[in-house]
Design a protein around this ligand. Structure first.
Ligand code: ADP
Ligand code: MG
Length: 347
């Protein structure tokens, strides 16, 4: 608490997809062990280091256990603001890492992603610690620079994003739904995800066209014997959050075959990712040399301001494809992810 803490950055390399294998794509990314990853292709030869690297063979469970996600859940229960975000090109495995293939999640629990595993962990912890946890969830998307509520019924409407001295940036009137069981929170996740804007284009048939942020609000009160009435100050309540951010992928408009509405989407996705990259680059400088961080450049960076720059604890899961065809996007993801390792916050 109060000490400078580095962003934790882990890398996941997905397996080649069927299409890539059929096409005969070469794998240009190789894990060297100990968090090192090597990229070798015609004119590129580079090694990068991360807190952990998960290669194509890594299971969803291995990613959960090896990424530090469990500790993040515990810190959120302890009252910290915790964020995990998946970062990488469209089709690199961000949604898969966070949620797994939602359609198969009931029949194949091994494929459940970081989110469902965290929910389970959270509910287990709340039972075993003997604390009284009040849990609620909100789920938002940023689509074409508009913040929309994914949980409130009816057609999506834009919510205002405001700033106050005490709360920092926050979304006004967002719905927060209480839950007590795993079934309830998983069903909120499913409902919300179905309402997210996706559209089919060449790179990924179900590509997300929006950034989605699911936040779990955790309020805990220490249990005390019913016979002794303690003063409120003797058992302070803690309020933590656990936020999952599924970013829409960066993409080159020309490569995705996007036009019209799709290219407007792609441009606003790219613009906000650019703003995110810019903030990360500036935050990666030593504290004394930092200049003003332009969080206000996009809705995404405003909503991530606390996680990245002030009092949050953040885990970044950078996702890449091993294919030679994705080389330039992969190098760019690796570059940003390496920079992000130098970002510090003061939880
Ligand atoms: P993104 O969200 O980054 O656009 P997705 O998570 O939708 O990418 O993944 C793209 C495709 O690759 C999907 O068909 C997904 O099922 C598959 N995929 C991604 N990661 C893995 C993995 N680790 N193992 C198996 N398939 C994966
Ligand atoms: Mg996705």
């Amino acid at each position: 608490e109060g000490r400078e803490t580095r962003l934790r950055v882990v890398l996941r390399v997905r397996p080649l997809t069927c299409t890539e294998t059929r096409r005969g794509d070469q794998e240009v990314v190789h894990s060297l062990g100990d968090g090192a990853i090597h990229v070798s292709a015609a004119r590129h030869d580079a090694t990068f280091g991360f807190s952990a690297v998960f290669d194509a063979g890594a299971s969803q469970e291995a990613v959960f256990e090896g990424s530090g996600m469990r500790q993040l859940v515990e810190l959120a229960i302890d009252g910290f603001s915790c964020t995990v975000f998946a970062f990488g090109q469209t089709g690199s495995g961000k949604t898969y890492t966070l949620m797994g293939p939602l359609a198969q999640s009931e029949t194949q629990p091994a494929l459940l992603g970081l989110m469902q595993r965290s929910f389970t962990c959270l509910l287990e912890q709340s039972r075993s610690r003997g604390t009284d946890l009040a849990l609620s969830a909100s789920y938002l998307e940023i689509y074409n620079e508009q913040v929309r509520d994914l949980l409130s019924p009816g057609p999506p409407c834009a919510l205002p994003l405001r700033w106050s001295k005490t709360r920092g940036f926050y979304v006004e009137n967002q719905l927060s739904v209480e839950f007590e069981s795993l079934e309830a929170i998983v069903s909120l996740l499913l409902q919300g995800s179905q309402r997210r804007r996706t559209s089919a284009h060449a790179l990924n048939r179900h590509s997300s066209r929006s950034h989605a942020l699911l936040t779990i609000h955790i309020r805990s009160r220490a249990h005390h014997p019913p016979t002794r009435v303690l003063q409120a100050s003797a058992c302070p309540s803690k309020q933590g959050t656990l936020c999952f951010v599924d970013l829409a992928g960066s993409e080159r408009v020309k490569e995705t075959g996007s036009s019209g509405e799709l290219s407007v989407e792609a441009n606003s996705i790219n613009r906000s990712l650019l703003a995110l990259g810019h903030c990360i680059s500036l935050l990666a400088k030593p504290r004394g040399k930092r200049t003003h961080i332009p969080y206000r450049d996009s809705k995404l960076t405003r909503l991530l301001a606390r996680s990245l720059g002030s009092s949050g604890i953040t885990l970044m899961v950078a996702c890449i494809s091993p294919s030679s065809r994705c080389l330039s996007e992969t190098l760019s993801t690796l570059h940003y992810a390496s920079q992000a390792r130098r970002v510090t916050t003061k939880p």
